[in-house]
Design a protein around this ligand. Structure first.
Ligand SMILES: NC(=O)c1ccc[n+]([C@@H]2O[C@H](COP(=O)([O-])OP(=O)(O)OC[C@H]3O[C@@H](n4cnc5c(N)ncnc54)[C@H](OP(=O)(O)O)[C@@H]3O)[C@@H](O)[C@H]2O)c1
Length: 437
């Protein structure tokens, strides 16, 4: 049997402690699967005294994760600290430069420095595995990188943030406001004390940027993502969506278009009957559309200690099974130096259907004026209805429009025109409709 694979774990929090625990509990099975033992030979965290719920006495303790990354005592450096700079970046870079394989769950780090780190890994001939960085326990990286060779991806989209999906699911099921569910989610530990990063779409954007690179062979462009969060979604939107046969989800979407690649994160209406609309609560899902395979949907737990540890351990096991001299596949599916520059499609040229909710003065001529603004911008309407909203003031009405395929530019121009006409009593709401099977 080959010698044991020696693992150093940096970060012993929710994910790191779970990884250590599962490696201990499943040691015999992992040895059978990998043909060698996997041992935790070094660990690093901030507080040496903290109880991690697992005996790590046999592992060497390092106060400094960079020192651990460089030690000859480990074959694999597992980074579970988090953050796009500081100890996470320094230690991952040091490990790769020292010729250690790296496993990380850190989407923020990869979104910002993934290509540069991949270049080092490929130069050194070591693996940089990151299955847990996107959609937690769902094996989407492996699927896209390995199982879909030869496929050309047209679109990849998904529910990539459990907190947002949890909030939208409860808003729909219980008929309560965004603020009420958010407070409850914070109390239950499903949302952070500062929820901005999740609810405004940043976390989804980080994950999407990695999927975009894998899908289209482009350099990661996390700063070039159109982003809208879910904090403006109201009960009126959710109820109107339901009446029209849609459900609202926060999606990350990357799509090839004639003018470039669209990367966007925003609340989206998906048909209630579609598979992705059935993904509830904290569950994540990723749909991949390709020329050969058609549409594939993967769904499962996107976070949590054990689910994330499952992905991390899968990555470690791949390293345990690889042999010296084996030519490892490139980190983002193509050699990092050959990744193409990202050509951004402008959001104004996005084509699709739109849901528009307008709160208007209840007076004669408003309907006709709205319809005219739409026609002036070549927007053809699937429906325009006055929607009864309970508790609404008698002097105002809600008008819901659903458009056929049009462009973002046309919709913005039409809505600006309606706003200028002075018919609105509240901010207009525009939600994009996404095709989904
Ligand atoms: N939690 C999830 O469900 C989940 C899912 C997918 C991906 N991830 C990713 O996994 C990573 C870890 O997340 P987590 O939730 O496990 O975080 P966490 O619970 O906050 O744990 C972070 C760990 O890093 C350690 N640490 C912080 N600064 C350090 C330093 N300078 N040197 C050494 N250790 C340091 C902390 O040490 P102390 O314990 O001593 O303070 C702690 O053990 C992040 O990149 C996150 O995005 C998490």
């Amino acid at each position: 049997m080959a010698g044991a694979l020696r693992v150093g774990i940096a970060g012993l929090g929710t994910v790191g402690a779970s990884v250590a625990r599962v490696l201990r509990d499943k040691a015999a099975e992992l040895t059978r699967q990998c043909g060698r033992d996997i041992v935790v030979s070094a660990v690093s965290a901030r507080d040496r005294k903290r109880d991690r719920g697992v005996d790590l006495g046999a592992a060497n303790w390092f106060d400094d994760p960079v020192k651990m990354a460089q030690t000859a005592e480990i074959d694999v450096f597992v980074e579970l600290i988090g953050g796009d700079e500081g100890p996470a970046r320094l230690s991952v870079k040091a490990a790769l430069e020292a010729g250690r394989h790296v496993v990380t769950a850190n989407k923020a780090l990869l979104a910002k420095h993934g290509v540069a780190l991949a270049e080092i890994a490929e130069k050194k001939g070591v693996l940089l595995n990151y299955e847990a960085a996107v959609a937690g326990g769902i094996p989407v990286i492996k699927t896209m990188r390995e199982a879909m060779a030869g496929n050309s991806v047209n679109r990849v989209f998904g529910i990539l943030n459990g907190t947002c999906n949890y909030i939208l699911t409860r808003m729909e099921a219980e008929g309560v406001s965004f603020d009420v569910v958010l407070k409850d989610a914070q109390r239950l530990g499903y949302a952070e004390a500062d929820p901005t990063f999740d609810i405004e779409g940043h976390d989804t954007a980080h994950k999407l940027s990695i999927l975009t690179s894998l899908a289209f062979g482009t350099r990661i462009a996390a700063n070039d993502i159109y982003m809208e969060g879910i904090s403006n979604i109201t009960q009126a939107d959710i109820r109107a969506a339901g009446d029209l046969g849609y459900r609202i989800k926060l999606l990350g979407v990357a799509q090839r278009t004639e003018s470039g690649i669209e990367q966007r994160v925003h609340p989206t209406m998906v048909p209630t009957a579609s598979v992705i609309a059935q993904v509830h609560g904290v569950t994540n899902a990723v749909a991949i559309e390709t020329d050969i395979l058609g549409e594939l949907l993967l769904s499962g737990p996107g976070a949590g200690g054990n689910a994330t540890a499952s992905a991390v351990i899968g990555d470690i096991a791949d390293i345990a099974k690889s042999r010296p001299g084996f030519q490892h596949g490139p980190v983002f599916g193509r050699p990092a130096k050959e990744l193409k520059p990202y050509k951004k499609a402008q959001m104004r040229s996005h084509a699709g259907g739109y849901f528009i909710r307008l709160t208007v003065h209840d007076r004669i001529g408003v309907f006709a004026a709205i319809a005219k603004r739409m026609a002036d911008n070549d927007i053809s309407l699937e429906s325009i209805v006055q929607h009864a909203v309970s508790g609404e003031a008698a002097a105002q009405k809600t008008v819901i429009l659903v458009t056929h395929e049009t462009t973002e530019a046309a919709v913005r121009k039409a809505v600006d025109g309606i706003t200028k006409d002075g018919h609105l009593t509240d901010k207009p709401q525009v939600i994009r409709i996404e095709r989904a099977g």
